[in-house]
Write a protein that binds this ligand. Structure first.
Ligand SMILES: NC(=O)c1ccc[n+]([C@@H]2O[C@H](COP(=O)([O-])OP(=O)(O)OC[C@H]3O[C@@H](n4cnc5c(N)ncnc54)[C@H](OP(=O)(O)O)[C@@H]3O)[C@@H](O)[C@H]2O)c1
Length: 320
């Protein structure tokens, strides 16, 4: 078992591993985790390594709901050992009935949560996240509905994703005003190459004591060290379907980063995890994994290097 750190997610009693497992490639066509066996292998390895936080969404998978369905099967007998996070609010193409683009509404959330609980084969969701802002529903209605679900024991804590800084502040003060449980976490895109969250989102997250969960933390795998400006493994997501990320990457900077890591005797993977975990408010790196050895490597990498503040600043400045 890797030597993993555990932290409170935001200002809550929910304790999560600092390395999580992103589950959006379960049921994704063309990956080793397309199948039940492939998903089982990654989840088993994660649990054995001591990773507790598993992050999915109702929409993930080649068909909507498939990631949750595969996870429900894989987690039989293991449910108590993990912190299960899922999301609602993206377009489920009618599988939760007509939604009139109001997927933060009382009517919709009730349908969405029951569908996720069924697919996940569990009685409760540890962290239930609003996947994206709903412009058609007042946030007060969303919070009131989630409050009821917490009271009923169907969900334990609530988080949000893809909210702007002002929306995070609005949600916080709406919860305070009406006495509802607050969102404890914010999930937004953040990596060495996508730093927009530093402008408004991370200041709001830190001002209100939320935990931050970065998505695409390895920039779709680019910062695992397995790519060069000439390419990478043919079975990787980037080579298979996102080669533009490789073509557009700032290779001069990445090669300087590689040299910096080599001088310190650390892998790019370990340096990237260390840089992410050094950011204030960032609680758990929910990188995805398509093979058991990847999640094991990520769990090891998360504690492999303890950079100085100067190291962290150098990396930040390089990709600023
Ligand atoms: N809230 C949102 O709107 C939103 C949006 C997107 C994602 N997310 C969440 O964020 C999570 C993370 O994002 P992501 O998985 O798409 O991107 P990521 O963490 O940046 O990249 C993960 C990919 O990198 C490769 N990889 C990971 N560890 C590796 C290792 N040790 N060695 C070699 N390759 C490795 C794997 O792909 P290959 O094997 O194919 O190279 C893996 O699928 C998702 O699973 C999901 O839970 C949320």
């Amino acid at each position: 078992m890797a030597d993993i750190d555990f932290q409170r997610l935001g200002n809550s009693g929910l304790i999560v591993s600092s390395i999580g497992l992103g589950c959006n490639n379960f049921g994704r066509l063309g990956t080793a985790t397309e199948t039940q066996d492939g998903t089982n292998a990654v989840i088993d390895a994660a649990v054995d390594a001591g990773v507790t936080l598993l992050d999915t969404a109702d929409i993930y998978g080649a068909e909507r709901g498939l990631s949750e369905t595969l996870m429900g099967n894989a987690l039989k007998g293991k449910r108590d050992r993990i912190v299960l996070a899922t999301k609602f609010g993206m377009d489920m193409a009618g599988s939760n009935g007509p939604d009139w683009n109001a997927r933060g509404s009382r009517r919709y959330i009730r349908l969405a949560v029951e569908a996720s609980l069924t697919r996940l084969q569990t009685d409760w969701i540890d962290l239930y996240q609003l996947h994206r802002p709903d412009e058609n529903t007042p946030i007060e209605e969303t919070l009131a509905t989630l409050d009821d679900l917490i009271t009923e024991g169907k969900i334990r804590y609530i988080g949000h994703s893809n909210l702007a800084g002002w929306q995070i502040a609005e949600a916080e003060f709406t919860a305070r005003l009406h006495g509802h449980p607050k969102f404890i976490s914010s999930q937004n895109e953040y990596s060495l190459l996508v730093r927009d969250a530093e402008d408004e989102v991370l200041p709001a997250v830190n001002a209100y004591g939320l935990g931050f969960l970065p998505f695409f933390p390895l920039y779709n795998g680019l910062f695992t060290g397995k790519f060069t400006r000439d390419g990478g493994p043919a079975d990787s997501r980037i080579m298979r379907s996102r080669s533009h990320l490789l073509e557009q990457a700032p290779w001069d900077l990445i090669e300087r980063y590689e040299a910096f890591c080599a001088e310190r005797g650390v892998t790019m993977l370990a340096a990237t995890f260390a840089w992410l975990l050094a950011q204030p408010g960032l609680t758990s790196v929910i990188a995805g994994a398509t093979r058991p050895e990847q999640i094991v490597a990520n769990a090891d990498a998360a504690t492999a290097w303890h950079p100085t503040p100067d190291d962290v600043a150098w990396i930040s400045d390089l990709f600023a």
